[in-house]
Design a binder for this molecule. Structure first.
Ligand code: PLP
Ligand code: COI
Length: 337
């Protein structure tokens, strides 16, 4: 067994036993190859270095109560990777082959999956990028898909303790009809400055508005926006410039299972004053409650010292399914080993 202090895990990079790699050339993807190396040999003229033809994904696998390791909805990651690939003119990767690759790399790294009860998980990070050396602006001819895994704990310090957010009024994270709805690497580079601005103002995360009008709430730099209104309804943003979050999609189902009304709609910034609970949701952040949101001189304060009661129920049901404590009635989990 590897020596890791499971309780102290954060969201830091850590090499593990292996990653799995596929190469695309002459119109087809290779068979996967497990390797212990984290290095690649790449020309400085490779497309990805200049024109950023690159997309990634994020998923998780969990050591369950019965000792088995299960990945959470890896098919959804495969489908979203393909939607990113289509938008960036990269080749799609067959979803079934993707799920098999996830199972293979998770199983090969079983000793790195945090034990049940520690609150940790194995983060799954696929990345696809264009490798052909070229200087004209055109899609690459060859590509690499690497799926790496690493044990992780909470993304934000303090686990599910409330964090503060700053409304990004400096830059937008995506153009109105740009790449905001895919996991293009460039979106994240473009969000770094606003995130730094948030951090400089003692906020953990930036909250972006719709880039066309800056009237509606889009999403956080790391995650989707969700709120509970005064009637106990689940409210989340509908926008063309946000990532279709697998966590949010799953939570909407869980919320409906728990009897909550789900509203996926445009959310005006001023509505922040009316919500009783607000959170960021995503694979990495799970459900992270938001205590205060700063927007210029305005402060929206939810007076939280811990996660609120409705979000707590959603959190418990969702993580219960992931850790195999609650029946997986939607068949979301995939056994890896
Ligand atoms: N929005 C952004 C910008 C993200 O980076 C993420 C993380 O993947 C999400 C939303 C949440 O998506 P998911 O729940 O699929 O992880
Ligand atoms: C994820 O949640 O998987 C992401 O990719 C978000 C990133 C901020 C770590």
């Amino acid at each position: 067994m590897v020596k890791i202090d499971w309780e102290k895990l954060t969201f830091a990079f850590m090499p593990t036993k292996s990653n799995i790699r596929f190469h695309y050339a002459d119109g087809k993807w290779s068979e996967g190859e497990l390797t212990s190396s984290y290095d690649i040999t790449l020309s400085v003229a490779a497309n990805v270095m200049h024109y950023g033809q690159a997309a990634f994904e994020g998923g998780k696998a969990f050591r369950c109560k019965d000792g088995k390791v299960r990945a959470f909805r890896p098919d959804e990651n495969g489908k979203r990777l393909n939607s990113s690939a289509r938008r960036l003119l990269m080749p799609e990767f067959p979803v079934e082959k993707f799920v098999e690759a996830v199972k293979t790399v998770v199983a090969d790294n079983a000793e790195y999956v945090p034990p049940y009860g520690t609150g940790g998980s194995l983060y799954i990070r696929p990345v696809m990028f264009g490798t052909t050396p070229q200087i004209g602006v055109a899609p690459s001819k060859e590509y690499e898909l690497v799926i790496m895994v690493m044990p992780v704990g909470a993304y934000y310090k303090g686990g599910i303790k409330p964090v503060d957010a700053l409304v990004a009024r400096d830059f937008d994270r995506a153009a109105p009809l740009g790449t905001g709805n895919i996991k293009a690497a460039g979106n994240y580079a473009a969000s770094l400055l606003s995130s730094k601005h948030a951090h400089d103002n003692n906020c953990a995360v930036a909250l972006f508005l719709d880039p066309a009008t800056r009237t509606y709430i889009d999403e956080f730099g790391t995650s989707n926006f969700l709120a509970i209104d005064k009637n106990g309804n689940y409210v989340t943003s509908e926008s063309q410039s946000i990532l279709p979050s697998i966590t949010n999609k799953s939570l909407m189902t869980v919320a409906a299972d728990l009897g909550l009304k789900v509203e996926r709609r445009k959310v005006r910034v001023e509505e922040l004053a009316d919500f009783t609970e607000v959170a960021a949701c995503g694979t990495a952040v799970v459900i992270t409650p938001v205590g205060r949101i700063f927007d210029g001189d305005k402060v929206y304060d939810y007076h939280l010292t811990e996660i609120g009661p409705v979000l707590r129920k959603l959190y418990d049901r969702m993580t219960g399914i992931q850790y195999g404590e609650v029946e997986d009635t939607h068949n979301w989990t995939v056994e890896c080993c």
